[in-house]
Design a protein around this ligand. Structure first.
Ligand code: AMP
Length: 318
């Protein structure tokens, strides 16, 4: 288990955090480098990022070609894989290419493979999960998982253009039942049909979620919720290697913090947004989940503190 993720300094015992989403083999091209068939997937990034703050339970599916080393990595981080099925067939695959400045990504290939016939069945002990993250995957699977959890305290979900285009009705049914939606700026515009982000967020909140987080890559994230609007910058990183999974790592830091503290007030959600930015900023420093291999809570605390310095200013009378 990684660090002290179950018992926090405040003495509060971290609550249970459940995730469903893709576990993948990714092929990624940047201007200067590439990796083929490395560990990826929204649920993988989410779980390992969140594991630094709270214990995580993952439900998903892989094929018989999924390397044991990837299972070992997630287990080393204390991720409970009792809900990760291994079935005959090929693991989900995704391939993408980044523009030289990393601001644009072209999806080259998406193969659902074993996810096509996946019907998640949560282990009995997981039905009382308090914090639930429905990571990027078919909204019917996200709904399937949500239907099994008895009385979740806080449910957040992610989605992407692939599902907004292909599974709009299911996504609509899901949104009626979640507390928070995280999505990137392009997806917010696509989902709402509105170009202006605050207007798009308002329209999306009218679809169900009380809070909407719009991720804007290296421009940071905007939170629209009952406490108004809150902005978290992206931490300025000199050596971005691979932005894949930044959004999922962001969600991992965010939900990991909520589960760790149990605080879901507007102020708690704002702090969680900063933890999301912290974990995302580490994730982009290497390919795949590699940066997390050497990360520890000490480095997370240091960057959190650097974040506070980055955004601190005095509210003087001007
Ligand atoms: P992010 O960079 O945070 O948007 O997430 C990247 C991860 O999402 C990659 O590791 C992919 O394996 C995964 N992914 C890409 N497309 C899909 C999809 N249609 N459904 C589920 N996961 C996906």
């Amino acid at each position: 288990m990684s660090q002290d993720n179950a018992d926090t300094h405040s003495g509060h015992k971290a609550a249970s955090l459940l995730v469903v989403g893709s576990v993948a083999l990714d092929s990624v091209e940047t201007r200067t480098d590439r990796r083929d068939e490395v560990l990826g997937g929204a649920a993988s990034y989410f779980s390992v990022a969140a594991s630094f703050l709270a214990p995580v339970k993952l439900t998903g599916v892989v094929g018989t070609d999924f390397p044991q080393a990837h299972v070992d990595l997630m287990q080393k981080h204390g991720v409970d894989l009792a809900g990760l099925e291994k079935v005959p067939g090929r693991t989900f695959r995704w391939a993408g290419r980044y523009s030289a400045d990393f601001n644009n990504r072209t999806t080259l290939d998406t193969q659902l493979n074993v996810f096509q016939d996946f019907r998640p069945k949560l282990p009995a002990a997981w039905l009382d999960s308090e914090f639930v993250f429905l990571a990027n995957i078919d909204p019917t699977l996200q709904l399937d998982v949500l239907n099994q959890v008895r009385k979740p305290r806080f449910v957040a979900c992610d989605t992407m253009n692939f599902w907004i285009e292909g599974k709009r009705a299911d996504l609509g049914r899901l949104l009626e039942r979640v507390d928070m939606l995280l999505l990137n700026d392009e997806e917010a515009r696509q989902l709402s049909g509105l170009g202006n982000l605050p207007a798009a967020a308002r329209a999306i909140r009218a679809m169900g979620p009380k809070a909407v987080v719009v991720k804007r890559g290296d421009a940071g994230a905007l939170l629209f919720h009952e406490g108004g609007v809150f902005a978290a910058p992206a931490f300025p990183i000199e050596t971005v290697v691979d932005p894949t999974g930044a959004g999922d790592s962001f969600a991992g830091g965010f939900m990991g913090w909520l589960a760790r503290t149990g605080v879901t007030t507007p102020a708690g959600i704002r702090t969680a947004l900063i933890l999301g930015s912290v974990l995302a900023s580490f994730s982009v420093e290497d390919f795949s989940l590699d940066r997390f291999r050497t990360l520890d809570l000490h480095a997370i605390r240091e960057r959190f503190s650097a974040f506070a310095d980055l955004v601190h200013f005095e509210k003087i009378r001007i």
